[in-house]
Every structure is written in C-alpha cells, then in structure tokens.
Design a protein. Structure first.
Length: 201
C-alpha cells in the first residue's frame, strides 16, 4: 500500500499509522535524501531479518545503517569522539553515512557488530517517522545493480515490485539514484570509503 507524504509537512496522522506498523514488526520503504530504502524498527528482530532476506544478505555481514533524528540519539548507539561529533554536526542532516564504533547500548541483534552506520538524511518524512517512533530505524537501500532506474526512483513502480513484501511504501516523490557518501570514523583520521551524493564540509 502506498502512503503519500510531503517532505515539507508530513501528515501527522499518517506518520502515526506508519509508526504503529513499525512497532508491530512491520517493514516499510521510505524516501531519504538519496535513494529509497527498506526500513524497520531496530529493536524488531523479525523485521530486521525480513529486510536482510529481501536483500539476500547474510545478517552477520550485511551493511545496515541506522537513521537517527538527532546527534544526541546517535550517542546512545555509537561512540563519537570530539572530531567525529564536529564533523557530523557540520554535515548533518545530509546525504552521508558515518561509520562509528558501536556502543554497549546497541540492540541485542547487533551486539556482535563492532561498528554501526549512522544516517541523518535531509528528509523530513524519514526524520518525523524516527521522532514519532522514539528510536532509530534500521535502513538498507532498495538499490541493486540489476535494477533499472525507474524501479528504484518511482514510488508507484517501487510499490509494484515490493508492495506484497512490505507493509507500506511511502511516496515522497521521485527518489535519487546516487547513494550517500560513506565516511569511516573508526580510525584516527576520517576516511571517505564511498563517494556519493554528499561533499564533506
């Protein structure tokens, strides 16, 4: 099912409806400031496993990221030194994924992971869903190398492809085709390990 939302002023009642589905173990597809992504509550193991199966990924090795709504929320699940904090503060919200050491508060499902990818997209729909949920979303891009552009950017075609496998497809307009820029902040110096849509400042 498609739910149409506008980035400038997402409908609060629809946000609550989406969050109710997430709390019940649902999986959604939502817009970000880059590509559309599969998303679920980080504390719902069955939903996380559903996403990794949809992506044909091994849960132990899959590249999974958290969408947070505030930097204060990031500090609950990841360790940030002063330099990483200032770098993120300058560049977020924006089209970046910051790889950080995981904290002891990571959900049990992620305890074996030493690092966590953190996103804070410049997209009010995604951020409002996280705020209403009260904790981060786990996300994974719907993009695969075999996909034609239309099937990762047009919400109606995304619904056609994934609609029977997710609870909701959130239509926030046409999506992008360029991924986020990934910055590894686990060493002394931050390293860009994938240049995408974001340019660091």
């Amino acid at each position: 099912m498609i739910i149409k939302l506008y980035d400038t002023n997402p409908n609060a009642a629809e946000i609550r409806r989406i969050v109710a589905a997430l709390r019940a173990g649902g999986v959604i597809i939502l817009p970000t400031d880059t590509v559309y992504a599969l998303a679920c509550d980080i504390f719902c193991q069955s939903a996380v496993e559903s996403i990794t199966k949809l992506k044909n990924h091994d849960m132990r090795r899959a590249n999974l990221s958290f969408i947070c709504s505030e930097l204060s929320e990031v500090s609950e699940y990841a360790k940030m030194d002063d330099f990483a904090f200032k770098l993120m503060k300058r560049n977020l919200p924006g089209p970046f994924t910051f790889i950080l050491p995981g904290s002891s508060k990571l959900p049990k499902l992620f305890k074996n992971r030493k690092t966590v990818g953190i996103r804070m997209p410049n997209n009010n729909i995604a951020l409002e869903i996280v705020r209403e949920l009260g904790n981060p979303l786990m996300v994974s891009s719907i993009f695969t190398d075999e996909d034609t552009t239309e099937y990762i950017t047009d919400p109606e075609l995304i619904e056609e492809k994934y609609g029977n496998q997710v609870d909701f497809v959130i239509d926030g307009g046409y999506g992008g085709v360029e991924h986020s820029t990934i910055i590894d902040c686990t060493n002394d110096e931050p390293e860009v390990i994938r240049q995408g849509a974001g340019e660091l400042v």
